[in-house]
Design a binder for this molecule. Sequence first.
Ligand code: NAP
Length: 494
Amino acid sequence: MTKQQEPRALIVIFGATGDLAMRKLYPSIFNLCRNGQIDENVAIIGAARKPWNHMEFRQRVLESISNNLESDESPNAFLSRFYYQQVDVTDEASYKELHHLVIDLEEKYDTDGNRMFYLAMAPEFFGMIAQRIDRFGLKNSDGWTRLVIEKPFGHDLASAQKLNNEVREAFDEDQIYRIDHYLGKEMVQNIEVIRFANGIFGHLWNNQFISNIQITSSESLGVEERFHFYNQSGAARDMVQNHMLQMLALLAMEPPITLDTDEVRSEKIKVFRAMRRIKPDKVDEYFVRGQYDRGEINGKQVVSYQEEHEDLKGSNTETFVAGKIYIDNYRWAGVPFYIRTGKRMAEKAAKIVVEFKNMPMNLYYDEKDKQQPNLLVINVQPEEGVTLHLNAKSNKPGTQAEPIKLSYLYNHKSGMRSPEAYEKLLLDCMLGDATNFTHWDEVALSWAFIDSVIEGWKRKKPNFPNYKAGTMGPDAAHELLEKDGFHWWPIKDI
Ligand code: NAP
């Protein structure tokens, strides 16, 4: 797909009264309008069951963007593009009414018949809505029609396959935009640029020079109100199958021959194919799971996972995962990619550390173990930046070299904020650029990988809880690296 289309579109948001729409989608659309990236040829229909009219809906949208509004800024022109249609997605009559509004607004906003259907709803509705959009003629237009699907895309490979079949009955693969919002993050998109625009990394990016790569995404929050969903899912499904493996694919893929969607995706898919599948009976050699106990976060006592709600008592759901993944190809043979993610950890951060192999001999350190390897640190959040750890001359007596850091913080570059992930992804979808959305083959291969890990876990009851809230996970997560002669680099001040 090229990026030549104009962003003219009618956006229909199913689940328009929900949390995601309010917290992420409306503020993102507002920022796109304010930056002039979308203009008067874009209108939005919110669809949900609540009996709101257009004015009530606009009032809610206004509340959702109130933090973004400058004191002297009028939101009226922006809000006037929002329309509401009461829809029960299980009721067929709703789609006919929605269709009438779509046709009216298309003419009014001269959208060339381009339609984006955004499913910000519980996953059990995805297949049904896709099929009914098709059956009730909402796909019939002179422009493009695209379907944006939120996560989770399935619960395992079998359910993802079933969902994909349902969606594919109504939409072609190139019309389906599966959201992984990590792919919209500035620094995740920067992985490719850092790798492929810098000889110093490009030439060293392989098993001859890199000893290991660490990817961490940690939360200090607990499960909060999503506990019901989370308890059925757990960290492996909620974070690893999608966000963590997507970052891994970007770090490990071969340079694509162009930046076109198909080329980038095909390189990522090869990484997923080369990931060493972990046999269920070997899972403990490669993966560690954890669940948080009581502990202290920012000086405050917090309860254990099982105490968060009475329904969680006795739960075997993991709130932490650490894993070692090998990519069995020519570039990466022998290099472990360590991932870890969890809730109620010491800090909220997402960070990638690329650890380079030490010099075979280093004359500048009196004690060998004081020598620090060169590190490339990509800070994904909350800070966005890149830090390179080098060794340089020390002026302290007794040592001749010491580690130094070269840091670049994006947020400080221009004083400008980076666009929100959803902002970029919504615009990409309107422009027909699916590069930062996941192809079905990526989804299927990553589920196949995670399914065998979960299958191994099912065979043995975990000894939960096994890490204190406010720490970086269970001891076994540290031992996983120690066995290989490595350790987790800290996530703070690195
Ligand atoms: P939510 O707050 O529960 O919202 C669900 C929406 O669906 C509401 O607008 C609800 O509105 C509507 N709805 C429910 N049943 C309906 C029906 N029969 N017909 C029409 N509308 C119906 O959920 P959410 O947190 O926004 O999540 C939406 C999706 O995004 C989920 O797939 C979730 O996994 C994904 N997601 C959410 C987040 C997040 O931060 N919230 C992050 C990542 C992914 P009415 O009650 O008015 O009908």
